[in-house]
Design a protein around this ligand. Structure first.
Ligand code: ADP
Length: 484
């Protein structure tokens, strides 16, 4: 199949969260299975074009793109996805992308991603390459099906092309004032937009994608169900219920070449399900790095690696953590950045409990591996979680997850059952401080039972959420869609 993936992020070129990882993995594993894959993203200035050896595409220079009254000239750069045959195309338009951040709240944010979307379509035309599938991701590229039905409706090469829109996080929808329709170059196609929103002076990128894509996916089966309810649907639940037949949940995979304690290049000591000794050594290194008491080596270490935003359940942590730190001999390490109020909370917790708590402020890829390898318990009490990657890494690293039963967390972590000795984590149901307290204390009081704890670790380490497995689900979806 010819598959074209369009995304605001692709790791390692730009990664803000899970999205970049997921797109890179889908591209890589599709190419590995023999499909022809092209990926598109903007050329941001947040990474050095030189570092990745990007080459300009000479045949498609200064490509003109009219967005309403605005005129853009686009260049393209090209490289291969590292370790893959998948081709990555970078849309170069400095006036739109050379900013200090991947996402901005600048007044032309709608244009930045509409231009990406149209540039992807345009280069396919210039290369005379007809995708069987355009696979678009989140609100940024969600207008692609609408462009195919409007400006490019007469383009014969797309007559059989199908579109798949993946919702990685429904919390971000790309809502703009309705007059941006001129910038999108779509004012004469206003009838294709959600009329209720237009009437109220708004355009919602994601919603219009949900209206026009052939299939909709999201990144876990549970999240696919949840977003059809008012509690999780962020006002799109009604539309998603209408499109339920075309909506499926496909769990993200993880790349075990990168995240495997037996081979991880980022950690000082390797370990495996058969020989766990290295984990304790990593913990020792981590305690040292965090400047925490060495005596915590034999006590549970709880960790968080996360964007510090409301979604991740930081409010629950704030409600219970100082009490728990007082009552248990334990250490607590957090790596993350985000909302200044949350950052402030972690800084003050650290000054309140300097021997027990370390806050690593910022984004640090190698450290995230060391924390997975060194900690005992991984905390992820999300309010909602489309899939979540860190709890899956944690399972593989024997870092027992304490999670809320929502979205991908519900699909990947199972509550340990003492009777049957099955399960691999501690799971609470309701989004309350009491729920988190119950699960975390359950984990902390189980930890001293060493053989039980090892069993829980091993149950998790055995699980397989590899992309090798998950990519088959996308291939099945594409194949069915093409043959419709
Ligand atoms: P989300 O996409 O909502 O941020 P995910 O769990 O799906 O959550 O993906 C987060 C990804 O970003 C993981 O790969 C995680 O390891 C990484 N990550 C998040 N915060 C940090 C950080 N401060 N330092 C290093 N990696 C981080």
């Amino acid at each position: 199949m010819n598959i074209c993936l369009v995304s605001a992020e692709i790791t390692p070129f730009a990664k803000m969260g899970g999205l970049g990882d997921v797109i890179a993995a889908i591209g890589k594993y599709l190419a590995r299975d023999g499909h022809q894959v092209k990926l598109f993203m903007p050329l941001y200035n947040t990474f050095a074009a030189n570092a990745f050896n990007l080459r300009p595409i000479r045949f498609s220079k200064q490509v003109k793109l009219n967005m309403g009254h605005k005129r853009f000239k686009i260049n393209f750069f090209y490289t291969l996805l590292p370790g893959s045959r998948a081709e990555v195309y970078f849309v170069d338009c400095p006036q739109l992308y050379q900013r200090n951040a991947v996402y901005t709240s600048d007044p032309d944010e709608h244009l930045r991603f509409a231009v990406l979307t149209r540039a992807a379509i345009k280069l396919c035309i210039l290369q005379n390459w007809a995708p069987d599938i355009f696979h678009i991701n989140d609100w940024h590229t969600a207008l692609l099906p609408l462009y195919l039905k409007s400006i490019y409706a007469n383009e014969s090469m797309f007559q059989k092309t199908k579109t798949v829109l993946t919702i990685h996080n429904i919390g971000y929808q790309g809502v703009f004032e309705a007059d941006v329709i001129n910038d999108l170059g779509l004012s004469e196609f206003h009838f294709l937009f959600d009329s209720h929103d237009l009437y109220h002076g708004k355009i919602n990128f994601l919603k219009n994608g949900l209206l026009h894509a052939h299939k909709i996916t999201t990144v876990s089966p549970t999240y696919a169900q949840e977003i059809q309810t008012p509690e999780y649907g962020a006002s799109l639940d009604g539309l998603l219920r209408k499109r339920a037949r075309d909506l499926i949940g496909i769990l993200n995979g993880v790349d075990y070449h990168e995240w495997n304690p037996e081979t991880d290049k980022q950690i000082p000591f390797h370990y495996s399900i058969k020989n766990l000794a290295g984990k304790r050594k990593n913990k020792s290194v981590l305690l040292e790095r965090a400047g925490l008491y060495k005596k915590w080596l034999s006590k549970p270490m709880v960790a968080i690696i996360s964007r510090l935003v409301q979604q991740k359940g930081i409010n629950l942590i704030m409600a219970v953590m100082d009490d728990i730190l007082r009552r248990y001999e334990m250490s607590f390490v957090t790596l993350g950045s985000g909302d200044p109020n949350y950052e402030q909370y972690f800084f003050s917790l650290q000054s309140q409990f300097p021997k027990q708590v370390k806050f690593f402020h910022g984004y640090d890829y190698p450290l995230s591996h060391l924390i997975e390898a060194g900690a005992d318990i991984f905390l992820m009490p999300s309010q909602y979680e489309p899939c979540g990657l860190n709890q899956i890494y944690s399972l593989k690293y024997g870092t027992v997850p304490v999670v809320r039963k929502t979205g991908g967390l519900a699909d990947t972590v199972t509550l340990y059952d003492w009777k049957t000795q099955t399960g691999d984590g501690f799971v609470f149901e309701h989004y309350t401080a009491e729920g988190l307290r119950w699960a975390l204390e359950y984990a902390l009081t189980t930890y001293p039972y060493r053989s039980v704890w090892r069993k829980i670790m091993k149950n998790g380490m055995q699980k397989d959420f590899s992309w090798e497995k998950q990519i088959k689900e996308y291939e099945k979806l594409y194949t069915e869609l093409i043959s419709e």
